[in-house]
Design a protein around this ligand. Structure first.
Ligand code: EPZ
Length: 432
C-alpha cells in the first residue's frame, strides 16, 4: 500500500482547479445506461470510485468508451444483463444507483450491496421504501439487492430522513415509471440537482430538484445527451480549508461559490479572508485562527463531508470548538489519529470538543476513510516535522490528482511505497 510522506509548516499558495463532483458523477454514470442511445458525459473526475462503477456498468453489457481523461460515452442499447456483482462495486457506495437505473429501464435489478466509507450504520431502507412504493418487490439476500416489478407506477414517497442516495436512486427509477411521483423530504444537495438536470437532458420530466419536494412525471423512454458535471463542492472545500490551516493564500478555481457558502462563512468566522469571484474563491489564512462551533447538516448546512477537515484546522484554533455530527453516527474515527499528532480532541456521543491552540507534530497516521484521510493530510501539512499518512487508497478513490494538486500549491509531500525506506530517507534528506 502506498503512503504520503510530508514535511509540515509550509503555507499553501497559488491556484488549484477543481474536478467534477464525485457524488454527482456516480448517479449520472449509472443513469446513463437508461437510454438506448449514446450518452456523452464530460467533467467526470478521474478517481477510483468512477472506475469501480464503470466496471459495474460494463457488467450490464452497456457499451463504454473513455473518450478522454474526463469524458465518457455510455450506450445502454447493448445492455443485456440486470445482474451486477463485480467485487469492485462492493468497495464503493455509489454502485447502488445501478438498482434504480436497471429497475427503471428493465423492471429488474440484481445488484451487490453497497460498500463505501465506514461511517457507522449506513442502511438503505429508504431506497427500498421508494422502490416498493413504485410497485417493485424488493429483497436483500446473499449480499445482493433483488428488485423486480411487472409495472413501475408513480407514487408519493415520503423519506423518513434526508438521504442523498435514496433521493437520487428513487428519482432514477421514477423517471421511467408510469405517471407522477412525488419525492417528499428529498435531499437538496447540489449533486442531487445535477443528476436531475442530467436526466432532464435525456428527456425526463423532473421539477423541484434542490427543494425538499421533487415532482417527477414518468416518460416511456430516455434519449441520448451530452452533459457536463458540476464542480466538486467537497474537493473545493477541502482545498479552502487546507489554505486556512496552513495559513496560506489559495485561489480555488472552477467552482460554484454558491455551493460553498457554508464553508466560506465558517472560514470567515475563524478569521480567514474569503473572496468570492464568478467561478473561483480565494482563501487567505490568518495566523491566529479563532475557535468556532459547527453543526453538520444536509445542504445548505455545513457538509458532513467537510467535518474531519475543519476539525484538523480547529485543532490549531485559539479557544474551544465544538463540532456536532448530526448526519452519521460514527464519523469521528480520525480523532485518535489527530490526537497522536498533538491535537486535544475529545468525543462525547455526537460531539467533538476541540481545545486549542495545539502545536501539531508529525507522526505516522492511518486514513480510515476518504475525508478522514484528507483531514490527516491537512494536519500533516501544518505539523512540525514529518508525517506519514497510510492507507491513502481511501483518499485517492475520491480526490483526483490530490498529491499533484497539493504539490502545485507548494506542499512538501510525496507518495512512497509502504516499505520503501530508501525513498523515505531520500525525501527527508532532500527537504531537510
Ligand atoms: C452520500 O452518501 C455521499 N456519498 C456521502 O459522501 C455523504 O456524506 C452523504 O451523501 C451525505 O451528504 C455519495 O453520494 C456516494 P445519505 P449517502 O443517504 O447517500 C441515513 C463522501 O465522503 N440513511 O444522505 O449514503 C444514513 O445512515 C461520502 O463523498 C438511512 O437511514 O448518504 C445517514 O445517517 C461519504 N436510510 C443519513 O441518512 C437510507 O436508506 C444521510 O445518508 C439512507 C440513508
Amino acid at each position: 500500500m502506498d503512503q504520503y510522506i510530508m514535511k509540515g509548516q509550509v503555507p499553501l499558495s497559488g491556484e488549484v482547479f477543481i474536478a467534477g463532483a464525485k457524488n454527482a458523477a456516480l448517479g449520472i454514470v449509472a443513469a446513463a445506461i437508461m437510454a438506448d442511445e449514446p450518452v456523452h458525459v464530460d467533467n467526470i473526475p478521474a478517481i477510483g470510485d468512477i472506475q469501480a462503477l464503470i466496471a459495474g456498468v460494463k457488467e450490464t453489457g452497456a457499451s463504454v468508451v473513455e473518450e478522454n481523461k474526463h469524458r465518457w460515452m455510455i450506450n445502454g442499447s447493448t445492455l443485456h444483463s440486470v445482474t451486477v456483482e463485480s467485487g469492485e462495486l462492493q468497495k464503493i457506495r455509489g454502485g447502488y444507483y445501478l438498482i434504480g437505473a436497471l429497475l427503471g429501464k428493465c423492471h429488474k435489478a440484481e445488484v451487490v450491496m453497497p460498500g463505501g466509507c465506514n461511517l457507522g450504520a449506513r442502511p438503505i431502507d429508504q431506497h427500498l421504501k421508494g422502490f416498493r412504493a413504485l410497485g417493485a418487490k424488493v429483497e436483500i439476500r446473499n449480499g445482493k439487492v433483488y428488485a423486480e416489478c411487472e409495472r413501475l407506477v408513480g407514487n408519493h414517497v415520503y423519506f423518513d430522513v434526508s438521504s442523498v442516495g435514496a433521493t437520487i436512486n428513487v428519482m432514477l427509477a421514477a423517471s421511467l415509471a408510469e405517471g407522477k411521483t412525488i419525492l417528499d423530504n428529498a435531499a437538496k444537495e447540489p449533486h442531487v440537482v445535477d443528476v436531475a438536470n442530467f436526466l432532464n437532458s435525456m428527456g425526463a420530466k423532473i421539477k423541484g430538484a434542490g427543494t425538499d419536494l421533487i415532482r417527477i412525471e414518468g416518460v416511456p423512454k430516455l434519449h441520448g445527451t451530452d452533459y457536463s458535471i458540476i464542480p466538486d463542492q467537497i474537493e473545493a472545500g477541502t482545498f479552502m480549508v487546507a489554505a486556512a490551516a496552513t495559513r496560506g493564500d489559495v485561489v480555488v478555481r472552477n467552482v460554484i461559490p454558491k455551493h460553498l457558502e457554508s464553508i466560506s462563512s465558517k472560514l470567515r468566522e475563524i478569521g480567514c479572508e474569503v473572496v468570492e469571484g464568478e467561478e473561483e474563491v480565494r482563501v487567505v489564512g490568518t495566523n491566529t485562527i479563532q475557535a468556532t462551533n459547527i453543526k453538520t447538516l444536509p445542504y445548505p448546512g455545513f457538509p458532513t463531508d467537510m467535518q474531519p477537515q475543519i476539525a484538523a484546522t480547529l485543532a490549531l484554533a485559539t479557544g474551544t470548538s465544538i463540532i456536532s455530527e448530526t448526519v452519521f453516527d460514527a464519523r469521528f474515527r480520525y480523532v485518535n489519529e489527530l490526537n497522536r499528532m498533538g491535537a486535544c480532541i475529545s468525543v462525547e456521543r455526537d460531539n467533538a470538543i476541540i481545545v486549542g491552540p495545539q502545536r501539531l507534530t508529525g507522526a505516522t497516521v492511518n486514513a480510515s476513510d476518504l475525508r478522514a484521510g484528507a483531514a490527516l493530510v491537512i494536519a500533516g501539512l501544518c505539523a512540525e516535522g514529518y508525517t506519514t499518512v497510510c492507507d491513502i487508497e481511501h483518499i485517492e478513490r475520491g480526490y483526483e490528482d490530490f498529491l499533484e494538486k497539493l504539490q502545485s500549491l507548494g506542499a512538501v509531500i510525496e507518495r512512497v511505497a509502504e516499505n520503501d525506506t530508501r525513498a523515505k530517507t531520500k525525501f527527508r534528506m532532500r527537504v531537510s
